[in-house]
Write a protein that binds this ligand. Structure first.
Ligand code: ADP
Ligand code: MG
Length: 292
């Protein structure tokens, strides 16, 4: 494309809150056929709220929440913030944790009040050599409503679960409809559980998902699609998404997301909603048409 037509397109994009980094991003975007979207913070608001604390027999709701929230004070994960805020709202006073450890894609562990506490997903439970037992039914019914469920383990026994809900952004359904109409194949990728991912995807009319994905696997999924000759754009917001945004033919960052995500992307959507992709596609088509 000519420098002039590219300047016009990037200028128009910027006015609409679609920041296009360079000519390459604009040119490549026209060829994109596959769109990978992160769930949390991209399709959803990214502001999860604690909706339930369900103790196992022999445990108190307040105790389970206190141990969980105390541990999560050491984590910057959005799920952690939801649990800490939930404890605060319920007037639960927190203790102090020691030996805190974050396990990427799984959860957190540490010592609270002399108890060894772990909090996270089924992978973490499995790593501890435990089985979710009859908690799995409750977990599944919550997941089928689109909630994210985390297990609380105290001294190597299941003490309960906490459930968090992250509503879909108001703008997401219309944006996805427009993107489908443009002919994109849309795949949701998430570190969240398969059932939770499926519930959210079904509600949004997305029929392809990759769930239980470890952060480093998002980039591998994209590489794989590229190996099949696909031209892939990836939309994400998290620190975890940065390698995938860099691997994609075009990375699309939510302006509301992490700085490293924005740095790794060719396009940034200032308002943080996927409508911007529709506009980016139109601009890229118009620019490329101009020069042919
Ligand atoms: P994503 O950002 O796509 O949800 P992550 O890899 O950050 O993916 O997290 C995957 C899963 O690991 C979460 O859904 C949760 O079950 C668990 N997890 C990660 N971090 C934490 C944490 N701080 N506390 C509890 N669970 C966590
Ligand atoms: Mg995210």
């Amino acid at each position: 494309a000519t420098p002039m037509s590219i300047m016009t397109a990037t200028g128009r994009g910027a006015q609409a809150g679609v920041l296009i980094k360079n000519a390459e991003a604009l040119e490549r975007f026209e060829k994109v056929d596959t769109l990978i979207v992160d769930k949390t913070g991209t399709l959803t608001m990214g502001q999860p709220r604690l909706v339930a604390v369900l103790p196992e027999a022999g445990h108190e709701e307040e105790e389970v929440l206190r141990l969980a929230a105390t541990l999560e004070k050491g984590s910057e994960h959005p799920l952690a913030e939801a649990i800490v805020a939930g404890a605060d709202e319920r007037g639960v006073a927190l203790a102090k944790a020691s030996d805190f450890q974050a396990i990427t894609g799984k959860g957190v562990t540490g010592v609270v009040d002399g108890y060894t506490v772990a909090l996270g997903n089924h992978r973490l439970v499995k790593d501890l050599g435990l089985d979710a037992g009859d908690l799995i039914e409750t977990a599944n019914s919550r997941r089928d409503d689109g909630e994210t469920v985390m297990f609380v383990v105290v001294d190597n026994a299941l003490a309960g679960l906490v459930a968090v809900s992250d509503p879909v952004k108001e703008t997401t359904p219309d944006a996805l409809e427009a993107l489908h109409k443009l002919g994109f194949r849309i795949i949701m990728a998430t570190g969240d559980n398969e059932r939770t991912a499926r519930a959210v995807a079904t509600k949004l009319g997305i029929d392809e998902i990759r769930a239980d994905v470890l952060p480093e696997d998002k980039a591998a999924i994209i590489k794989d699609l590229q190996g099949q000759g696909k031209k892939v754009a990836m939309a994400g917001d998290g620190v975890n998404d940065a390698p995938a945004l860099a691997q994609a033919d075009v990375g699309v960052a939510m302006g509301t997301g992490a700085d490293v995500a924005i740095e790794s992307a060719g396009i940034t959507l200032v308002q943080g909603n996927l409508d911007g992709i529709v506009r980016a596609r139109r601009l890229s088509r118009a620019t490329m048409r101009n020069i042919r």
